[in-house]
Design a protein around this ligand. Structure first.
Ligand code: ADP
Ligand code: MG
Length: 221
């Protein structure tokens, strides 16, 4: 079964460049997919289209069989989460705990259940000792762990990692890569990893290469 189906999607920020140019692809539930391409090839734009942060000029995106549009975007945001490159740009809470809770509060998860999930996922990403810390005082790798816990707590079907390890030191990179792998294997989450990391590419089920907004290549790694 396809968890994601993208059909003939176009997107442009301005008159000059077509950032995403007639892109179609599908992703099977439970797959680990890598999205590759040079800087400016449209990877982040495509990721933002998939999570509904941008709206396609034309074409369609279906997530778990539901067409993404204004009436479904809130519902679909529960199914698909994104971790960005810069860990500093994704914090909203004063403490790590607030931050993990934020997505749950937005989804009106009741208090008891919220505490249960915060406890479970903070342990899963090994951040349970840091719950009262200000996210600003954490290392890059720790920040990405918190971001990942916040998304996992919403029980998504799909997580997109948009170069989520590229700003981390080698140790942070290794740890987050392992965490992503564990989440994929143990929680059966479909993963789309936008990456330049050859190890991740080799370990993936499927690879798409974007070039100038178009899918230039796809296949097994
Ligand atoms: P990638 O993630 O592969 O590096 P992007 O999706 O960020 O590529 O960018 C694709 C194209 O869209 C590039 O030409 C880039 O300059 C342009 N672009 C990206 N974000 C914006 C924006 N906010 N406004 C205008 N153009 C943008
Ligand atoms: Mg990008």
């Amino acid at each position: 079964m396809n968890i994601i189906e993208v059909r003939n999607v176009f997107y442009r920020y301005n008159e000059k460049d077509q950032a995403v140019n007639d892109v179609s692809f599908e992703i099977k539930k439970g797959d680990f997919v890598c999205l590759l391409g040079h800087n400016g090839s449209g990877k982040s734009t495509l990721a933002k289209l998939l999570v509904g942060l941008l709206k396609a000029n034309s074409g369609s995106i279906d997530i778990d069989g539901i067409r993404l549009d204004e009436s479904t975007v809130d519902e679909l945001r529960k199914k698909i989460g994104i971790v960005f490159q810069n860990p500093d740009n994704q914090f909203v809470g004063v403490t790590v705990k607030d931050d993990i809770a934020f997505g749950l509060e937005n989804r009106l998860v009741e208090h008891e259940e919220m505490l249960k999930r915060i406890d479970h996922y903070s342990k899963l990403v090994s951040m349970d000792q840091f719950m009262d810390y200000n996210p600003e005082d954490l290392s890059g790798g720790e920040k990405q762990r918190v971001a990942i816990a916040g998304i996992l707590a919403c029980n998504p079907e799909v997580i997109i990692f948009d170069e989520a390890t590229s700003m981390l030191d080698p140790k942070g990179k290794r740890e987050i890569k392992q965490l992503i792998k564990d989440i994929h294997e143990q929680n059966k989450v479909t993963v789309i990893s936008i990456t330049h990391d050859i190890e991740e590419v080799v370990g993936s089920d499927y690879v798409y290469v974007l070039n100038k907004g178009e899918i230039a290549m796809f296949g097994k790694p």
